[in-house]
Design a protein. Structure first.
Length: 585
């Protein structure tokens, strides 16, 4: 009966352990959202930085498998090349050792108060209480995430203690002792470590299970070393499964992860057991503890990385040989679904793809504004194709953002995803107005009718003003340039004034017979399109201001301007008004 109860306790402890690890990892990821966004801007640096990046990200999200899957997604979307991915993968192997060090706290011995407070059984209830208070009673989302981190950690440690208590009676079972004597066979130990890790798809969790089993006192260091080596191979399964259906470079990234761990394990097995034959290491037969396991885990992963880090190019060539180039071209997924597992990174990727969309939109609009001065029918087809591209981008980004919204996100990420949905809608409308402008010019060309010289000059001035507001808007969005965003509003007011003056002037020209009623309708349509372009630009700029000020509305922002900022606004308005003037008629 006791055996069954211990088995149930073990299963319950494992469930709590895995659940706590998952909760803590997700909460850490949300809490570190702002820092995680900087990753995308750091991927092109040197190999050593990539190694540190892999270590840091894995330490934050507590999963080398998740980091490697993320890297596969980056490569599949064209965000990283294979040579950039390799150091990050290597760094992930070192970063994953952090978890085993945290878990080793359960093995601390000593009677002093300070030492006792380092034991999770003593400080975990305090962390759990703080976590509950932060999560249930504090409204601030970041503090709630901190509460979840503490609750996840407390659950993880409680599960670890349950597993350790459940397996302690196994110390008296002869079959259990014999089982771990078998694992001293290096090949068998590697296979068992790889199999267990492949099943639960987490090397951190499998190391935790091994640390719990060490509480029996029946496992030697010699038995744990090959199991630890095998765990690194087993964790490759997640990335390999994730790479199915991806581009060849993404599959190569997953293969590099596998080759790195297989070669590292093989070389370290030969070196370690060869050295053991010569020097007869005494520690091999000593009892493994919850501290010795993370020491072995860390030394092995650092040694493998140090050994293979200089041979990045060799690993890349090996992956190239395994996944050969195909004669068919490949479609690169700009928004890879693997990035959805890390919403902060996925949203940043959406922003980057939206910048590409905005670039096409800006070029399309400028091409259409050029038609106001010098119409070329060949350009019309180009502008329409660009508008189709923008539509495809909007559909792709919008669908992806909706999928991100279904994930567990921080309040900041949720707000930014909503704003991006709004922004891509405005950019799509800008490309629609580019088509509206050329449609009006095509109508004039078909009917061989022309505006008066005065009307053409006014449209030239208006077109230049709209081109500048588009430049300011694109710069503000691409670079998150608040100065450019703030300059949009005064220019939009100047464009509104220009529209009113031009409409009134054209009515007078129609009344005096200088222009026809038919031209009056086309002129009015053009003015409407140009004004709406400036309206959408102003809407985009307001969104950027709100995002930059943590959700502060543009009206609140404008009310909060100090005297100097108000002077800047007034100076911008005056400068634009002087720059874009039309002659009275």
């Amino acid at each position: 009966m006791d055996g069954w109860m211990n088995a149930l306790t073990l299963i319950g402890g494992l469930a709590l352990f895995l659940f706590g690890m998952n909760v803590m990892g997700e909460a850490l990821e949300k809490r570190a959202g702002g820092q995680m966004k900087k990753i995308l801007n750091s991927l092109t640096r040197n190999k050593f930085f990539g190694l540190l990046l892999g270590m840091g990200v894995t330490a934050v999200i507590q999963s080398s498998s998740a980091t490697t899957v993320m890297v596969v997604g980056f490569v599949n979307s064209g965000l990283m090349n294979l040579s950039q991915a390799i150091p990050v993968i290597m760094g992930a192997n070192i970063g994953t050792t952090i978890t085993s060090w945290i878990l080793s706290l359960t093995g601390i011995d000593g009677s002093g108060f300070f030492v006792q407070m380092l034991k999770p059984a003593n400080f975990t209830p305090i962390l759990a209480l703080i976590g509950v208070v932060l999560y249930l009673f504090i409204k601030d989302s970041k503090k709630k995430d901190t509460g979840l981190i503490l609750l996840g950690f407390a659950t993880l440690m409680f599960g670890m203690d349950m597993m350790s208590d459940a397996v302690k009676p196994l110390a008296q079972v002869e079959e259990f002792r014999n089982l771990f004597l078998m694992f001293e066979n290096p090949i068998l130990g590697v296979l068992v470590g790889a199999a267990v890790t492949a099943i639960i798809q987490s090397s951190s969790a499998s190391v935790g299970i091994l640390q719990a089993l060490s509480a029996t006192g029946q496992i030697s260091v010699g038995a744990t070393i090959p199991i630890i080596m095998g765990q690194n191979i087993g964790t490759c399964v997640t990335a390999l499964l994730s790479s199915v259906g991806t581009t060849k470079n993404a599959r190569r990234a997953a293969m590099v992860h596998l080759y790195f761990n297989i070669i590292g394990t093989a070389v370290m097995l030969i070196l370690f057991y060869g050295a053991n034959v010569i020097f007869d290491f005494a520690f091999v037969d000593s009892t493994a503890s919850q501290t010795s396991i993370p020491i072995c885990h860390t030394i092995f992963n650092i040694a493998c990385t140090a050994l293979l880090f200089p041979f990045n190019r060799g690993l890349e060539k090996l992956a190239d040989m395994t996944v050969r180039d195909s004669k068919r071209g490949e479609h690169v997924e700009m928004l890879d679904e693997r990035l959805l597992e890390t919403p902060t990174i996925a949203i940043q990727r959406c922003h980057d793809v939206a910048v590409s969309m905005a670039d096409i939109c800006a070029v399309s609009l400028k091409n259409s504004l050029g038609q106001l001065v010098d119409f070329d029918r060949k350009q019309s087809e180009v502008i329409r194709k660009q508008e189709d591209q923008v539509d495809e981008y909007e559909d792709m980004i919008g669908t992806y953002l909706v999928r991100i919204n279904s994930r567990n996100m921080s309040e900041e990420d949720s707000r930014e995803a909503t704003k991006l949905l709004h922004l891509i809608g405005d950019f799509e409308r800008l490309s629609d107005h580019a088509v509206s402008i050329i449609a009006s010019m095509e109508e004039m060309d078909d009917k061989t009718i022309h505006f008066s010289e005065q009307a053409n000059e006014e449209l030239r001035v208006m077109g230049e003003a709209v081109a500048e507001i588009m430049d300011l808007t694109y710069t503000a969005f691409r670079d998150n340039d608040l100065k450019a965003a703030v300059a949009v509003e005064p220019l939009e007011e100047v464009i509104d004034e220009l529209k009113d003056k031009m409409r009134a002037g054209h009515i007078r020209r129609v009344q005096s017979g200088v222009c026809t009623i038919e031209l009056g309708f086309i002129f009015s349509d053009l003015l409407t399109s140009l004004e709406r372009v400036s309206d959408h630009c102003a809407s985009i700029a307001r969104c950027i201001i709100e995002i930059s000020h943590d959700g502060l509305s543009v009206h609140e922002y404008m009310r909060g301007l100090d005297a100097n900022q108000q002077a800047v606004f007034a100076n911008n308005f005056r400068r634009f008004r002087e720059k874009y003037t039309i002659a009275a008629n």
